[in-house]
Structures are given as structure tokens and as C-alpha cells.
Design a protein around this ligand. Structure first.
Ligand SMILES: [Zn+2]
Length: 442
């Protein structure tokens, strides 16, 4: 905001003041009844418990705001507003809106009506100061006067104080917190003198406190150099605002409630080319990431992200028969756009079993020998039999130490079909190969 040189007369009739050459319309006119005046003052509880903060990046579009030291106020206020939003969203129980999110012109009255529309609890207008005296420097915050709705003035004063304290602690000169009342006799509905600044006045009429934060002087080389030229510096200004708001409204940081690690509770080969993995549910997790490697201490690659807190299993079909795989899982949590992950669980191993090649020797009509080549990693084999190739197969036997089985339970004159699968160990369940090709004794 620039120092005011009020152009009177005709402009006064139009009830808009132009500020020193820019079209920053810090109107000292009162839009009586423009904002629906809320009879009751808002309280946090009126808004489903969340504190609604509206951040107002000053100027924008054709209104560049103040310009100095190669900097445009409208660009810096937008950055500070965006950084401040991100900072505030680290807290619990707060919802943050911007009156503009890009380089557009927004009318002052529109800024407050936008805030009113989202049921704002507080309106924070973000500005940079400027003066023809380039020695002028420091931070100041404007808050509502004590007229009309004194409690709004009081809330605003506390907020202004909290923000100003943080700005001063960054090394900015303390220009104090201030009120400014109308100089042309604008009145509130109760006939008391209105606040001078349109957004402070409009906010009070709409039922919430509005403050204007003049972070630093864009016209001062030292303020500009130390506080406005880098993203790091702007983020500090934004954090000063956010922490001031948080302190004033008693917001608590959303505890990065440390996610605990999970544990693989199930890991089995389902076929020769799929793995089934299960893990324990972690409180507070939004989902889980599954990683895989070919060796215990090798490089683990992400293979899947389970995006549901309630899903604690995954089937990995991108595996190859006969190979050994190691799996690790970690939970993650989304807070807004931020992703927080816990550490990985201990890796667990599964060996996929090749499907056996079998041979059936029908020595006699009553007996047959089913044999196969040992499958490495197998603990035992299951032999299945059916009357027809594509019929129902029934488990005949489980063989542990041999690679063959004698079927003596045959009826003469019938043809039988056999299938075998290898069985290995897994976590909470066996690991199975796929079934062999079905063979008959003919
Ligand atoms: Zn400004």
C-alpha cells in the first residue's frame, strides 16, 4: 500500500479514492449494507469446528501495487499468501482460502465478499509498504478500531500483535500495530466512525476481524534485500503470519503422528508366477507402499502403492517362476498434499516354485507310477487325479521325500489323468507351484 495522497472533489462523489497514482483503491467509502451484516459474531464452532482463515494477497492483475528495487508488490504478496497457506495447513482444525490464487485483479469489496461466502473467521490481507522516503522501513499491522463491534476490534488487535511480534523477530523495524479510522466521516450502522481501510471495515461489517499486514518496505533497499528477494526470506514472512494466526487462535500443529512400521504377516507363492503378500494394519496410515528386490540387501524397487487404509494385502503377478524375491512394505500418510512415510518393515523372502514335469507309467491296469523331477525349494508334492482331462481333480496324496508316487487304487479298464504341484514354505501358508500339465497313462 502506498502513502495516500487523496484526490478529493469529484473522486469523493464517486466514493473511490485513488492512491498515489496506482489504482489500489483503498476506498474510504463505506459500502453500507453491501455485506450482509451478521447479527451474531462468528465463532469457530459455527464452522464445523475448523477455523476458516482467508488470506488476501494484495493487488494483482492491472493493479501492481507498489514497485521498488525491481520488485512488484502484487507478485510478492501472492507468494507470501501461498507460502502462508502451506504453513497454516500444517496445523489441525484450520481451513485456508485465498482471495486470489494467481495474477488477477480482484475488487476490494469482492475480496471481503469471497471471505464472507466461505464463512471466514478471520481475514488477513497481505501487503508490502512503500514510501517516497527510501529510508522508511519495517513492519506494521493494521487492525480494526474498537467501534461498532468492539470484540472484533479486540480480536484483530490480538492477531495484529501476534503477527507483528513474529515479523519484528525476523529483524524488521517495529513500526507497531495500528488502527486507522475514516477521515471523511464514514460511519458504521451505529453511527460510530468507521475504519479507514475497506477490507478492515468490510470484514467488521461481515462479522469477522480483518487485518492488513505491511510486511516490509519494498521501497527500502535494506528491507527489500533482506526480506523480499529470495523465496527463503518470503517464506519466513509467511511463517511469521501463519505462526501469529496459529498462536492467536490456539491452533496446534497436526502432530506428525509418527507412523509405526508394519510387519509382513503373510507371504506365499500362489502359483509359479504370483505372490500373495499381507501385512499388519498401521494406525493412521492412508495407504501402503510395497517394494521388492532380488536379494536381501539389494536394491528395492517400488512395485505397488495400495491407496486404501483398509487394504492390507497385495498380489504380485510380475514375478518369474523359480526365482526368489524379497519384499518390504511401509505405510504412508497424507496430510494435505504432504506425504509422510514410516520406515520399512524387515524384508521377507519367498521362493517361487517351478511347476513339476511329470511322467505317468501305467505298468498295469491296476497300478500306475507318477514321477517327476525334483523341484528346487519344494518341501513336498501334491498328486491329483481325475477321470477326464478337463474334469475335476481330487487330491490323491501328498509325498514328502520321494519324487514319485504309486497309484494302486485304480479300476481296471479306466483311464486316469494326473497332475502334480510342488509345495514349499511361506509365511502363514504354503507356497505352491502351478499345477503340472495333466498326464494320462496312455
Ligand atoms: Zn499494498
Amino acid at each position: 500500500m502506498k502513502k495516500l495522497k487523496i484526490i478529493l472533489a469529484a473522486v469523493l462523489i464517486a466514493s473511490i479514492f485513488t492512491v498515489s497514482g496506482t489504482n489500489s483503491i483503498w476506498a474510504d467509502n463505506l459500502f453500507s449494507g453491501f455485506f450482509k451484516s451478521t447479527e451474531k459474531e462468528r465463532s469457530n464452532s459455527a464452522n464445523s469446528g475448523d477455523l476458516i482463515v482467508v488470506l488476501d494477497a494484495g493487488h494483482g492483475g492491472r493493479d501492481s501495487g507498489a514497485v521498488g528495487n525491481g520488485l512488484y508488490e502484487k507478485s510478492l504478496t501472492l507468494k507470501i499468501a501461498q507460502y502462508c497457506k502451506a504453513e497454516l495447513e500444517k496445523y489441525k482444525g484450520v481451513k485456508v482460502y485465498l482471495t486470489r490464487a494467481n495474477d488477477t485483479f480482484v475488487d476490494l469489496s469482492k475480496r471481503v465478499s469471497k471471505a464472507s461466502a466461505v464463512k471466514a473467521d478471520v481475514f488477513v490481507s497481505i501487503h508490502l509498504n512503500s514510501s517516497s522516503d527510501t529510508k522508511a522501513k519495517g513492519a506494521e499491522v493494521f487492525y480494526p478500531n474498537s467501534n461498532y463491534r468492539p470484540s472484533i476490534g479486540e480480536k484483530g488487535r490480538k492477531l495484529a500483535g501476534a503477527i507483528q511480534k513474529n515479523l519484528v523477530s525476523l529483524g524488521l523495524r517495529d513500526r507497531k500495530i495500528k488502527t486507522r479510522s475514516s477521515m471523511i466521516g464514514s460511519k458504521y450502522p451505529d453511527d460510530s466512525t468507521a475504519d479507514y481501510y475497506a477490507v478492515i471495515r468490510g470484514s467488521k461489517q461481515a462479522g469477522f476481524p480483518g487485518v492488513i499486514v505491511e510486511h516490509a518496505f519494498i521501497s527500502n533497499p535494506s528491507d527489500a534485500g533482506k526480506h523480499l528477494k529470495t523465496a527463503v526470506a518470503l517464506k519466513k514472512l509467511a511463517a511469521a503470519d501463519a505462526e501469529g494466526i496459529a498462536a492467536c487462535y490456539g491452533l496446534k500443529k497436526a502432530k506428525d503422528q509418527t507412523l509405526t512400521k508394519t510387519k509382513i504377516t503373510k507371504l506365499t507363492g500362489k502359483t509359479s508366477s504370483s505372490v500373495s503378500i499381507g501385512w499388519s494394519k498401521v494406525k493412521g496410515a492412508s495407504g501402503y507402499e510395497i517394494y521388492r528386490s532380488n536379494s536381501r540387501d539389494g536394491v528395492y524397487e517400488p512395485i505397488a502403492s495400495v491407496k486404501k487404509a483398509t487394504t492390507v494385502s497385495f498380489r504380485d503377478r510380475s514375478v518369474t517362476s523359480g526365482k526368489t524375491y524379497f519384499y518390504k512394505v511401509r505405510p504412508y500418510k497424507m496430510s494435505g498434499e504432504r506425504k509422510q512415510t514410516a520406515g520399512f518393515c524387515a524384508p521377507q523372502k519367498v521362493r517361487l516354485l517351478n511347476k513339476p514335469d511329470i511322467f505317468v507309467d501305467g505298468k498295469s491296469k491296476a497300478r500306475a507310477k507318477v514321477s517327476w523331477k525334483q523341484v528346487s525349494g519344494a518341501q513336498k508334492y501334491e498328486i491329483y487325479r481325475s477321470d477326464s482331462k478337463n474334469g475335476q481333480y481330487k487330491k490323491l496324496a501328498v509325498v514328502k521325500d520321494y519324487a514319485s508316487f504309486q497309484d494302486a487304487g485304480r479300476t481296471s479298464g479306466k483311464t486316469y489323468f494326473y497332475k502334480v504341484r510342488a509345495v514349499g514354505t511361506g509365511i502363514k501358508g504354503n507356497t505352491y507351484s502351478s499345477f503340472s500339465i495333466s498326464q494320462s497313462d496312455q
